[in-house]
Design a protein around this ligand. Sequence first.
Ligand code: FEO
Ligand code: CA
Ligand code: CA
Ligand code: CA
Length: 676
Amino acid sequence: MAKHDLDPNYLDPNYEPVVNHSKNTPFHQVLAARMQRRTVMKGTVGAALASVMGLGLAGCGGDSDSSSTANTSDAPDTDVSSTELGFKAVPVSTANEIKVPEGYSSQAFLPWGTPITGSYPEYKPDGTNTGAEQEQQMGMHHDGVHFFPIDVKAGGNSSTEGLLVMNHEYINQGALHANGATYDVDGNRPADEVRKEIAAHGVSVVHIKQDSNGTWDIVFGSPFNRRITGNTEMDIRGPLRGYEKLITRYSPDATETRGTLNNCAMGPTPWGTYLAAEENWHGYFANSDEIQPREQTRHGVGRSTRYDWELADSRADQYVRFNVSTLGETAADDYRNEANTYGFMVEIDPFTPESKPQKRTALGRFGHEGVIFAPAKEGLPIVCYSGDDSRFEYIYKFVSRQPYYAATAGGYLLDEGTLYVARFNDDGSGDWLPLDLEDAGFKARVDAAVGTDVGNVTGFTGFSSQAEIHLNTRLAADIAGATPMDRPEWGAVDPNTGEVYFTLTNNTRRTENQVNAANPIADNENGHIIRWMEAGNDHSATNFEWDIFVFAGEQGTETVVDDEVIVSLTDDNIFNSPDGLWFDYNGRLWIQTDGRDEAPYQNNMMLAANPETREIKRFFVGPVGCEVTGVVTTPDVKTMFVNIQHPDGNWPDSSDPRPRDATVIVTRDDGGVVGA
Ligand code: FEO
Ligand code: CA
Ligand code: CA
Ligand code: CA
C-alpha cells in the first residue's frame, strides 16, 4: 500500500508481534459452556456464520446518573440531552480531503511542524528544520487528544479557551527529513536526525483560544505551551520505583528515566491531568545478548530497532540507551534495563508546565493503548481500564487503594491499588482476576505454573515479588487465566449508564480453534465492539455481564441478539477495524477506524452511535491513507477536534509535497451541538 512506500516504518495493523502463546480459554471450554442468550454475527450471503453467546445488555442500563462524567469538566449545559443522531450519514470516500455531513464544516489545525514553544521556529516544507527546532514544534502522527477547559481547575467548563493535549505516536522518516533517514558509510546516523526523530515523538500541550468570529488559534507565548518528547526527564512511580530491574546508568537508584514513546490513545484523569499511553515501545530497543530476559521477550524486543537511534554518530548517552544489550559490569554501567522503564501510562499535568511527567507503574507494563476512567465518586476508589493492543492480549482494570476526594485527588491515587485482568466467560458473565500475590487464588496459580511454559516463556521461574508482576504484567495475566482478545484498542464509559465499551480492532491470526465467546470470529479481519456492565454498576466490582455491541463489516453484516437483528450494516455505516472510541458529554458514542482503506470501506472514518438503539451513522471520512484517531469536544459539544494520522499524499496543504498529520476542527454551521 502507498503508505508503506512512503514510510518503510509505517506501523501497520499487523506490526505488533504475536508474543502470547498461552493457551487460555481453549475451544472445548466454549463448547461446554451453557448458553443463555445468543448474540450472532451474520455476514453477507455466502459468508461464514459465526455464533456467539453473550447477555444482551440493551435496556439494562442500571441507574442513570446524568450528573456523572468521566471527564474533568462538569456535565455541560446543552440544548440536546438525547443521544439521537440528527445528521445525514456521509458516504464512503476516496477523496484526499475531509468529508463531514451537510451543514458542517471542517478545518485542519496544528499540523506537524507548527511552532508552539520557545522561539516559535517556522515550519520548513523542504524538511530542513533541525532537531532543536522540532523540539519547539508540533510532533508527528497525532493520536489521542483531550481538551482541558482553561478554567477546569477552578470548577469552570470553558468551551472557548483551553489546553489541547495530544500524543504523537510515531514518525514518517521520509516526510520528517529533507531526504529521509540517512546513514554514513559505517552505518551510523547523523545525531541531529536522531534528535529530530525523538523530538517528533511524545506529547504536545497547546493553549488554544477561540476568537469572536469562532476561529481557534494558538495563544502564542503562553506558559502552558509545552513539548514533551522521547527525551524528557520523567519519574518512575508506584511499585517499580527503586526496583533493581529498572537500574540504569542514568538512574542508578531506579527512580527516573528519559522520554515516552509510541504514545497511542490517552486518558484524562478526574483531577485534570493527562495520561499518555506507551504502546509499541518494544520496537525502539535492541538487544544482541544471546539470551533475552522474559521482560523483553514477552513484548517482542528484537535485535535491531525501528529507527536505529542507538547508532547516532555522536554516541551520546541519550541515544546509546536504546541498545539494551549487556555491555557493562553491572546494570548501573549500561542500559540493559532501559526497556523496563517503558510500557506504562505516563501522567502529565498540563496546568503545571514545569512538572515532571510521572510513569505510573501500578497500572501495569504492557502495550497500553490508552486508559479510561470510570466516573469518580467521592469517598470511593478510583477505577480505570486499559487495553493491551496486540493480538491475543488482554483488558485490565486498576482499582485504587485510597478513596477519591475531589479536594485532594492527585496522581498518588494511581500508585497503590489492585490490578485486575478480564476473563470473559462464555455465558455472558465476566470476572476480574486480581494480579496480586496476596490473593490466595492467584498465588496458587503462580506456584503451580513454576517450571511450566507460560506465554512464550519457557520454564517459568515464578514471581519473587509484586514488583515482578508490574514488570511482567502480560505473563501474570497469562497465569491468571485471562481471555486473549482481538487487539483491545480504546475504551469508553457511557456517562449515562456506566457501561464500559472497548474496541477489538481485528485479529487475522485467530483460528477456528482459538475462538471464544467474546472473540467469536476466526480470521477476524473487521473487528467488533464489546461492552459490559459491572455488577451493581459498581466499577470496582469483581464481576460483570458483557455483550457484543456491534460486529463491523460490509453491507448486510448483522448483529443479532436473541434472534432479533439489532444492527444490520448498510451503505450508511459499514466500517472495519474500530480503534478510537469516545463518549461525548451527551452520551453519543464516536467510533474511529484504522483499517483496510479499500472497497467497500474506502478511506478511514469516524461514525457516531446511539448506545441505546445501536443506530450507527458515518459522520466523517478522512483523507487518503490516514487513520482517524483521537476525538474530543469542548464541554458544550459545539467544537470537535479529530486527529488525522499518517495521511499519504499532500494533505492538508496541496501545495506542500509532505503529508502532515493534523487535528481537524469540526463545527456545525448553525453553531449547534455536533452530532445532534
Ligand atoms: Fe496505536 Fe493500537 O493503535
Ligand atoms: Ca495510531
Ligand atoms: Ca489506536
Ligand atoms: Ca489501530
